[in-house]
Design a protein around this ligand. Structure first.
Ligand code: 3PG
Length: 185
């Protein structure tokens, strides 16, 4: 099953996607989030500093739920278990990754943007997906259509969302939360 991710997302209507290269940058970003009363961050595994940043935030920012993004292979997962991260985000989904994560202890959300990808995920017991890059895969209109076809499926659209459009996404009944970097620009 895909335990826990709906509860994590329900707590946070906006998921900031954060890519950091140093402790200084991490502190600046986390404090900017806290100033906006945002208590979650998806830290991407796109920099050499990412794992150190995750450990730093877990230790020093106890009110922030720490997600880890850009997880694209099962080899990346073990250190995240050791770090006690709060959730895992993938831009897509492979059977290997889903199989590895769905019975694990960390809530996770894989990506799906086409009907076939959503159906493959449903076959594996998943019902909540990242929709990425949302602006390039049909955005709000696509999610409205998926609401008709897949009424049990929930999404966290991410990519190309901004301070104006995020509320339009959140108004959709099949959107739990929205991700992006607009709140840090
Ligand atoms: C990403 O993976 O970089 C996120 O989707 C952020 O996208 P954004 O910068 O377009 O919000």
């Amino acid at each position: 099953m895909q335990h826990g991710i709906d509860q994590v997302l329900a707590k946070h209507s906006m998921i900031p996607v954060v890519t950091v290269n140093s402790k200084e940058e991490t502190d600046i970003v986390m404090n900017r989030l806290l100033e906006q009363n945002i208590h979650v961050a998806e830290i991407t595994l796109r920099t050499e500093y990412a794992l150190t940043a995750i450990a730093h935030v877990k230790k020093n920012y106890p009110t922030i739920d720490v997600g880890v993004g850009t997880v694209i292979s099962i080899g990346q997962v073990a250190p995240l278990v050791d770090l006690g991260v709060d959730f895992i985000v993938s831009p897509g989904a492979t059977m290997d990754l889903i199989t590895h994560l769905k019975d694990g202890t960390i809530p996770f959300i894989p990506g799906a943007v086409t009907p076939s990808e959503i159906m493959s995920g449903l076959e594996m017991g998943l019902t909540t997906f990242k929709f990425f890059p949302a602006n390039l895969f049909g955005g709000i209109d696509a999610l409205k259509a998926y609401g008709q076809v897949f009424p049990a499926v929930k999404f966290c659209p991410t990519g190309g969302i901004n301070g104006t459009t995020h509320s339009d996404y959140l108004a959709l009944s099949n959107v739990i939360s929205v991700g992006g970097s607009w709140m840090l620009k």
